[in-house]
Design a protein around this ligand. Structure first.
Ligand SMILES: CC(C)(COP(=O)(O)OP(=O)(O)OC[C@H]1O[C@@H](n2cnc3c(N)ncnc32)[C@H](O)[C@@H]1OP(=O)(O)O)[C@@H](O)C(=O)NCCC(=O)NCCS
Length: 157
């Protein structure tokens, strides 16, 4: 059983709010795309430049992430594929995306977000530690397990 990703007002509002937040960083209009894979129970979100003059023109995303349902238990959501374009790193976009994921998890009634992070990926590890994620060393594995208990009352983007 995996979470059902529906196109609800809440999700759209959260994505729009995130666009407004990201515009302050990248200094151009931002829009989003998202793809729901109902079979896999996953959601892929990307943020990209909104072309006001030519809205149909495709431009590359500058930030993205993926959330997937955990097989067999709707209390967990797995976060993967977080990425921020090189030119915008260290400007808190990754932190904003992670806060958004926490908001989405709250909207869907999820209790825990989980992820793995390569040992040595100090940037992502610092980002998650800043946002109070718990990092667990796994014996004989080159990755840490990262998890976050979703706090339903204090999340802001
Ligand atoms: C990891 C990634 C998503 C971070 O995105 P970002 O927008 O640059 O992250 P932020 O700006 O929010 O950075 C968060 C913190 O990391 C810190 N940081 C930056 N580089 C760092 C480094 N080399 N080592 C440790 N901390 C670092 C920042 O200073 C900031 O902490 P602070 O607020 O205490 O100063 C981005 O670097 C990326 O796309 N990397 C490649 C893909 C990847 O590794 N994804 C994660 C897979 S698990």
């Amino acid at each position: 059983m995996t979470p059902t990703f529906t196109k609800t007002g809440d999700v759209e509002v959260l994505l729009e709010l995130t666009c407004r937040r990201l515009e302050k960083v990248v200094d151009y209009p931002v829009t989003y795309n998202y793809v729901v894979d109902f079979d896999a129970g996953s959601l892929h979100v990307e943020f990209l430049r909104r072309m006001i003059e030519n809205p149909s023109r495709q431009v590359n995303a500058f930030a993205e992430f993926k959330l997937s349902g955990f097989p067999g238990n709707t209390s967990f959501l797995v976060s993967t594929d977080q990425w921020v374009s090189h030119e915008y790193r260290n400007r808190r976009i990754g932190s904003v995306l992670t806060a958004l994921k926490e908001c989405l998890a709250t909207a869907w009634g999820v209790r825990y977000l989980i992820a793995t992070v390569n040992n040595g990926n100090d940037h992502e590890l610092k980002l998650l530690a800043n946002l109070d994620w718990t990092l667990v060393d796994l014996p004989d594995m080159p990755v840490k397990l990262a998890y976050h208990s979703v706090n339903r009352t204090t999340i802001t983007i």
